[in-house]
Ligand binder design. Structure first.
Ligand code: SF4
Length: 279
């Protein structure tokens, strides 16, 4: 069977960078290292890192002084850096540079007297982190409808940033709607193209093949979005690892396409490709 792989599949630049940095740190330490929050939402990857010595904690207070902590690609608020310093905890900072840029905007504009608006999900770690760079005073808006319910102060200046994984299509509508309601507003398009590119590659590949295999967590929303995109075009198998594949399922196909969600490590993708190529 012929196997084709989507141009953009699996880890984005920021996650790949963070996972490599974390792995290098683990290789250098005998006693392991702490991570603030799960490094990634992929159980196979997390187990592999835990075997190497990764210890995941939810709160900095669970880390002894003089230890080190990995900050994941989502980033964290300023307070985490301050508290780590106070307790002599060394920070291994794998915050994605695109997220770091939003932190800088939030801090800078907040210091200049702007009120920060974050378009995103208030429960998402990235948004919580951004809010932590403007005294946790940001107005966080998830949907266009929510904009209608907010009374903006006509005497305030506002700066709007976007969670990196927000759908790019939302940008123009948010700009239009907020411009109607606020006189003094600056927009910063901080949406990252990685998600869109991965979806576009999956769509293009699905049009060229007989069936698709999408690798990634069953509860990962970006993976399930890829599954939906592909299954609208061709029969699609949604799997987490190669163990879920059955040779007989592919007997009627000549060309199979493979893509993967943002948290799927390279080695899992390779195992799946090798299995499919063996059919
Ligand atoms: S900002 Fe983009 S590149 Fe960075 S971690 Fe998020 S999706 Fe990946």
């Amino acid at each position: 069977m012929d196997v084709k792989i989507a141009k953009n599949a699996g880890f984005c630049f920021g996650v790949k960078r963070a996972m490599n940095m974390a792995w290098n740190e683990l290789e250098e330490r005998e006693n392991g290292i702490y991570a603030l929050g799960p490094l990634i939402h992929n159980k196979q990857a997390v187990s592999k890192y835990e075997e190497k010595g990764l210890m995941t904690v939810d709160d900095l207070s669970n880390i002894p002084s003089n230890e080190s902590v990995i900050i994941r690609s989502h980033g964290v608020g300023e307070e985490v850096y301050t508290k780590s310093k106070e307790r002599d905890i060394t920070v291994i900072d794998t915050t994605c540079p695109f997220v770091r840029k939003i932190h800088n905007i939030a801090k800078d504009f907040n210091e200049k007297g702007y009120k920060i608006i974050v378009i995103g999900d208030k429960k998402h770690p990235e948004v919580i982190g951004i809010n932590g760079w403007c005294n946790n005073e940001a107005i966080i808006i998830k949907t266009l409808d929510e904009i209608e319910t907010i009374n903006f102060d006509p005497n305030e200046k506002y700066c709007v940033v976007f969670q990196t994984t927000i759908n790019l299509d939302l940008y123009d509508s948010v700009v239009d709607k907020l411009s109607e309601k606020i006189n003094n507003v600056v927009f910063k398009n901080t949406i990252c193209s990685a998600t869109k590119e991965r979806q576009q590659s999956a769509r293009e590949l699905a049009r060229e093949v007989d069936c698709m295999v999408v690798i990634g967590g069953k509860h990962s929303s970006n993976t399930q979005k890829l599954v939906n995109i592909c299954s609208d075009i061709v029969p699609t198998f949604s799997i987490e690892t190669k163990e879920e594949l059955n040779k007989d399922d592919f007997s009627k196909y000549k060309v199979v396409g493979v893509t993967a969600g943002a948290s799927t490590p390279e080695w899992i993708i390779t195992e799946v490709i090798e299995f499919l190529e063996s059919i």
